[in-house]
Design a protein around this ligand. Structure first.
Ligand SMILES: Nc1nc2c([nH]c(=O)n2[C@@H]2O[C@H](COP(=O)(O)OP(=O)(O)OP(=O)(O)O)[C@@H](O)[C@H]2O)c(=O)[nH]1
Ligand SMILES: [Mg+2]
Length: 315
């Protein structure tokens, strides 16, 4: 069966002023009855996803969607049906959500969603929601511990919550020393630290996970570290994204979106190619390569989970 044969389901993430997320409970007598879900439903034939989302949320909640961007599209096979769960974050809407179909409705803190009984297809959606918008990658030539501390402290103070320590060509002792320093700072700020390279080394230094280079990604048959440790992967094309999803990576970084001084010869994807690849990836994708925080809205409309950067995020 091809992707086109899947039942295309659109669902929306709505937040209240306190940042809590809206979930509704599937009524008795329907598929997966009694489970909590994100409001939404099946697309009608020929309907565009955003139009379908607006229709479903008007029908179920009585609200008007004004702006939304894609979060993640999860292909999922239930024994009785195959779906593409296409989840959007609603940025702006009008009206206060009311249960128009007799369904129970609850606003839940993002951290508490994992404790709800939700359909299994929603697991990757919770993973995407738990990731931050910005992903800092440390500068490749960095070897000095004081410089690392100074840069990291500033970046963390500015709100960075996910950091990749990337030290290409560094000796293992250097990786261990710098990772220990970075780990202390990241922990104190509530940020997660991933180490680029060998998963065993990332685990040994007490990082929160590993970031796989494309060559590590090629070598692995399965996810190298169990959850809740994070596994990220560097990807440049559709095949690498498919591999990242196949081994169960938590997210991918897709590059280069734009030409960068560090990789002047690598052909840039551009936003439309990025959007095309990110859309079908089935896992959260960060945009990397000549992008910065100023590109966040554009990246999110193109289906990115967020932006990853060295220069634009390193103070
Ligand atoms: N809306 C929504 N549907 C989900 C989620 N997760 C998930 O697996 N689904 C599945 O996607 C499909 C949603 O379509 P729907 O809401 O129109 O469900 P339905 O078949 O009960 O509707 P119907 O009674 O009108 O035919 C169902 O199979 C549902 O189990 C989710 O978070 N939100
Ligand atoms: Mg529905």
């Amino acid at each position: 069966m091809t992707a086109a044969a899947r039942l295309h389901v659109v669902a929306g993430i709505l937040r209240d002023a306190a940042g809590r997320v809206l979930v509704t409970r599937r009524p008795a007598g329907r598929h997966l009855e009694g489970l909590w879900e994100f409001p939404g439903g099946k697309l009608e034939p020929g309907e565009a996803p955003l139009a379908g989302l607006a229709r479903e949320l008007a029908e179920e909640l009585g609200i008007q969607v004004r702006e939304a961007w894609p979060l993640i599209a999860v292909p999922w096979d239930y024994p009785e049906r195959r779906i593409l769960l296409d989840v959007w974050e609603v940025r702006r809407h009008e009206g206060r959500p009311r249960p128009r179909e007799g369904q129970a409705l609850a606003w839940v803190r993002r951290e508490a969603l994992a404790g709800l009984a939700m359909p299994p297809a929603d697991r990757p959606v919770l993973g995407a929601l738990a990731l931050p918008d910005l992903y800092l990658v440390t500068p490749p030539q960095l070897r000095d511990e004081a410089a690392l501390r100074a840069g990291l402290e500033k970046a963390l103070a500015r709100g960075v919550r996910l950091v990749q320590l990337r030290l290409p060509g560094a000796a293992e002792a250097t990786v261990r020393r710098l990772a220990a320093a970075a780990r202390t700072l990241c922990r104190a700020a509530g940020a997660r630290l991933l180490v680029n390279g060998d998963p065993a080394l990332a685990e040994a230094v007490g990082a929160d996970g590993v970031h796989l280079s494309a060559s590590w990604l090629r070598r692995l048959e399965a996810r190298p570290l169990p959850a809740p440790q994070l596994v990220g992967a560097s990807c440049h094309d559709r095949a690498e994204l498919a591999r990242a999803r196949a081994i169960g990576a938590d997210f991918a970084v897709l590059s280069p979106v734009r030409p960068t001084p560090s990789h002047p010869d690598a052909p840039a994807l551009g936003w439309s190619r990025f959007a095309h690849l990110a859309r079908g990836a089935g896992l959260p994708v960060y945009a990397l390569g000549g992008v910065g925080p100023a590109d966040l809205a554009r990246a999110r409309h193109a289906g990115a989970r967020g932006i990853a950067a060295i220069r634009a995020l390193w103070p």
